[in-house]
Ligand binder design. Structure first.
Ligand SMILES: NC(=O)c1ccc[n+]([C@@H]2O[C@H](COP(=O)([O-])OP(=O)(O)OC[C@H]3O[C@@H](n4cnc5c(N)ncnc54)[C@H](O)[C@@H]3O)[C@@H](O)[C@H]2O)c1
Length: 304
């Protein structure tokens, strides 16, 4: 018995890295898996049939899987990925929007093409793959579906040289919060993962910073992300929606949402003098909060 027995899943960008590990675990847990990947280089250029290898691996272990090579970055591609699930398995229950690329550059040097390519694969890619699935959920009144979206610390906290990627990843968090509200009445949950894993996306950066990471380390490699995604994709997570989870370095965390920490009110239009008083107090409240949270969120053993 697997926790995803009888479920039909799409995992985008599942030819390697984090997506591959999710597809393999979904297969082991009984899901029929559409392994989507166009087999691009890290910058999104090129194509290769790497999805086939993951499909073969799932089948070798007795699971069910089929490949799809469409891009997530167009509405036609998203439709093609969705159709593969419908035509091959007769439905869809779980969508993992994981595909991604990088075109790192500081704002001083970033080109329009670099901005557009990253927004297209990440932010628009989430839209393109979700659109046919959301419509299908509504039209067929399919219950208990799951959407797992991929954000990043780059978008939620910021990372030097990644304004295109950070904008897309923050946008994905906002997209997901709205989707969670819109799909709630169909009992479809929408949650966000902010992962950290040694893959081709991060290994070169870690090496450049003199802190090499070993992808086979169970607390650092892409295999550590799959269990949390699988759990959230299962029946177990039916009451959890609109949340963001950090999964990295062996840690599983729940992330806070951008809500007010302290508020002052004025019945008239705020004056600059009033703001001279209010702003430092607001910023101080935030600093105190950050300090308190640093303590509270330090990694601890499960039974603590
Ligand atoms: N690795 C990390 O530490 C980390 C951190 C934060 C966020 N993420 C996010 O996690 C996700 C997976 O990252 P990863 O580290 O496994 O990267 P990866 O490069 O190992 O895998 C990404 C896969 O997406 C595929 N892909 C790229 N463009 C595509 C497209 N248009 N259509 C279909 N497939 C496409 C690639 O071919 C590749 O196989 C990404 O969304 C990434 O932004 C990763």
């Amino acid at each position: 018995m697997g926790v995803l027995d009888g479920k039909i899943a799409v995992v985008t960008g599942a030819g390697r890295g984090i997506g591959r590990e999710i597809a393999l675990m979904f297969g082991r847990e009984g899901a029929k898996v559409v392994v989507n990947d166009l087999g691009a280089q890290v910058d999104g250029e090129g194509a290769s049939p790497i999805a086939d290898e993951v499909v073969a691996e799932i089948r070798q272990r007795g699971g069910e899987a089929t490949a799809n090579y469409d891009t997530v970055a167009t509405v036609e591609g998203g439709e093609g990925i969705f159709r593969t699930a419908i035509d091959t398995y007769g439905g869809l229950d779980i969508l993992v929007n994981n595909a991604g690329i990088l075109r790192d550059r500081t704002i001083f040097k970033m080109t329009e093409a670099e901005w557009d390519a990253v927004i297209a694969v990440h932010l628009k890619g989430h839209f393109c793959c979700t659109l046919p699935f959301a419509r299908y959920i509504k039209e067929t009144n399919r219950r208990g579906c799951r959407i797992l979206n991929f954000s990043s610390g780059s978008g939620l906290r910021g990372n030097f040289g990644q304004s295109n990627y950070g904008a897309a990843k923050a946008g994905i968090a906002g997209f997901s919060r709205v989707l969670a509200l819109e799909l709630k009445k169909f009992e479809c949950t929408v949650n966000v993962i902010s992962p950290g894993a040694a893959t081709r996306m991060t290994i070169p950066l870690a090496e450049a910073r003199g802190r090499p990471v070993d992808p086979s380390d169970p607390t650092r490699g892409p295999q550590q992300i799959a269990p949390a995604v699988t759990w959230l994709a299962s029946e177990k997570a039916k009451d959890i929606t609109g949340e963001m989870f950090g999964v990295a370095r062996g840690n599983v965390s729940i992330l806070h949402q951008p809500v007010p920490l302290k508020t002052y009110h004025s019945d008239t239009v705020w004056t600059l003098d009033q703001l001279d008083r209010a702003m430092p107090k607001l910023v101080e409240a935030k600093r105190e909060y950050d300090e308190a949270v640093k303590d509270r969120s330090a990694p601890r053993p499960l039974d603590d």
